[in-house]
Design a protein around this ligand. Structure first.
Ligand SMILES: CC(C)(COP(=O)(O)OP(=O)(O)OC[C@H]1O[C@@H](n2cnc3c(N)ncnc32)[C@H](O)[C@@H]1OP(=O)(O)O)[C@@H](O)C(=O)NCCC(=O)NCCS
Length: 177
């Protein structure tokens, strides 16, 4: 596989690369069910961006952040993964899978969280399950504009330790990702 992977701090990425990332995001998500509705939400900014390029072309990407969430009053730091997208011309070549596997390594080595968490519906859930992600809930709460909102979505976690994920209502304590 001729895929070059890199993880960059979002703040260090030049504007031209951010534009390329935004363009790929638009292209990949425009036909995804619920996209219009989801655009009304202010999504959290990523702290790190995982990028996969082939011969200099951006092929696949995702965003990553750390957030202290609450579950039934219990605080827990998690790594959040979002915006997983592969350019339509590069799909079904195993690139998202390779990037997610590299992300697992990045989180293990660079971030100090026992869990990663993502929101996902439909076909991509199978991709995550095949990599060891588990389904844990069918909605989350998030905070935006001073209000608590509910987001209906399959909630998946990846476990980095033996610790059990707390049971109960998950509050992302900020914008979703
Ligand atoms: C989901 C997405 C990122 C997958 O990217 P990708 O690089 O094509 O994925 P991969 O080639 O690594 O796929 C790995 C496995 O995931 C599953 N998969 C990926 N795309 C699939 C599809 N369209 N239909 C069914 N299964 C699919 C398959 O099991 C696949 O393995 P296989 O090709 O050996 O059968 C890409 O389709 C995309 O950008 N979709 C639009 C945005 C989106 O929905 N993102 C996910 C948000 S949670």
């Amino acid at each position: 596989m001729n895929l070059k992977l890199a993880f960059l701090a979002a703040q260090d990425i030049p504007q031209a690369k951010h534009d390329e990332i935004d363009a790929l995001d638009q292209l990949a998500y425009e036909n995804v069910a619920g996209h219009e509705e989801n655009q009304k939400i202010e999504w959290a900014s990523s702290q790190w961006i995982g990028l996969g390029s082939v011969d200099g072309c951006l092929a696949t990407q995702l965003g990553c952040l750390e957030r202290e969430i609450r579950i039934n009053g219990h605080s827990l730091w998690v790594s959040g993964i979002g915006g997983v997208a592969t350019h339509p011309q590069f799909q079904r070549k195993g690139y998202a899978k390779a990037l997610l596997q590299a992300t697992e390594k990045f989180i293990r080595e660079e971030l100090n969280t026992s869990f990663a968490l993502l929101l996902c519906d439909g076909m991509p859930c199978e991709l995550y399950r095949s990599l060891g992600w588990q389904d844990i809930a069918d909605h989350v709460l998030y905070q935006q504009g001073g209000q608590t909102h509910r987001f209906e979505s399959n909630v998946m976690i990846f476990q980095f330790s033996d610790e059990s994920f707390p049971v109960g209502e998950i509050d992302l304590c900020g914008s979703p990702w």
